[in-house]
Design a protein around this ligand. Structure first.
Ligand SMILES: [Zn+2]
Length: 293
């Protein structure tokens, strides 16, 4: 090979590497754009075993995690639904201080940068609750105690209305299943009701105060399908298209109970269970719901 042709081939190689590099950069940029600008909102009921954890991503990329399940499993489930480079979550919401809802939030606080945490103000003397509260202070995460009437705006038309606890109620004196944060997520014409471990007493309270406001397309069934929740009256007002049950396989509590499963069948509401389907993914474009599995 003479000097001239070796020069040319060197130049060609250089161009080739440059093109590969350019292509790789373009792929990364488009991946980031694709992940950040999703049309509509995505709601994931994470498969965390016996407990609750729901991850919501709005179309502008704002992210919310409602409860964290009973342990570290939430971390591997989050890594499946979040981009690999994303190590922050805008808002954590603690529905109430029971361990099957907050133990995983401790792991999330240790592993993600969290913008703020929202709580009902209900207290517990359990070690897991004390650890969570200490970690919130240590990490200087902004904490908000919210009640009925509050709104959490995710932007681009997605927002939560806080339905419970009742405004003015002293939640520090309430039991964990009474002093509970219940939220309704709105996106366009679609809505999702997150009930935590709400039981019949507070269901009745909601029916008596704002029955018409309960109608939702998706109902996260209260207290993992326990018979102490999801009364016929409450279900009749919510009238969901889908019922989601967040529950662990062969759990010691016998959740969900046959009574509640029968009731949902009687109301002709399709049941989506995390112990059967794993993480449940529902997308909304503001008009229609798409259940991925
Ligand atoms: Zn629970």
């Amino acid at each position: 090979m003479d000097g001239l042709s070796s020069k040319i081939s060197l130049k060609k190689n250089y161009r080739y590497y440059f093109l590969v590099l350019l292509f790789a950069v373009a792929v990364l940029v488009w991946y980031a754009v694709f992940c950040e600008s999703r049309a509509g909102a995505e709601i994931y009921f994470l498969d965390v075993g016996q407990g609750d954890a729901a991850f919501i991503e709005a179309s502008n990329g704002n992210q919310v995690l409602i409860d964290g399940g009973p342990d570290r499993k939430v971390l591997s489930e989050l890594s499946k639904v979040m981009p690999f480079y994303d190590h922050s979550i805008d808002v954590l919401i603690e529905s109430h201080p029971d361990a099957d809802h907050i133990a995983g939030l401790i792991e999330v606080l240790k592993n993600y940068k969290v913008g703020a945490i929202i709580e009902p103000g209900t207290v517990s003397d359990s070690s897991v609750y004390v650890e969570l509260e200490n970690l919130i202070k240590e990490k200087r995460v902004k904490k908000f105690i919210l009640s009925s009437g509050a709104k959490i705006d995710l932007g681009n038309g997605a927002y939560f209305d806080v339905l419970l606890p009742p405004a003015g109620a002293d939640t520090s004196k309430m039991s964990s299943h009474d002093g509970i944060l219940v939220l309704k997520l709105y996106y366009g014409n679609n809505s999702f009701l997150f009930t935590g471990d709400m039981e019949n007493k507070m269901e009745n309270y909601l029916v008596s105060t704002d029955s018409a406001g309960l109608k939702s397309d998706v109902l996260k069934i209260g207290h993992h399908g326990s018979k102490t929740s999801t009364s016929e009256l409450f279900l009749g007002w919510v009238q969901p298209q889908y019922a989601v049950i967040s529950v662990g396989k062969d759990n010691k509590y016998g959740h969900p109970t046959q009574e509640i499963l029968d009731r949902l069948v009687q109301f002709k509401i399709p049941i989506l269970r995390t112990d059967e389907k794993g993480t449940i993914e529902i997308k909304t474009d503001g008009e229609n719901l798409k259940v991925a599995n």
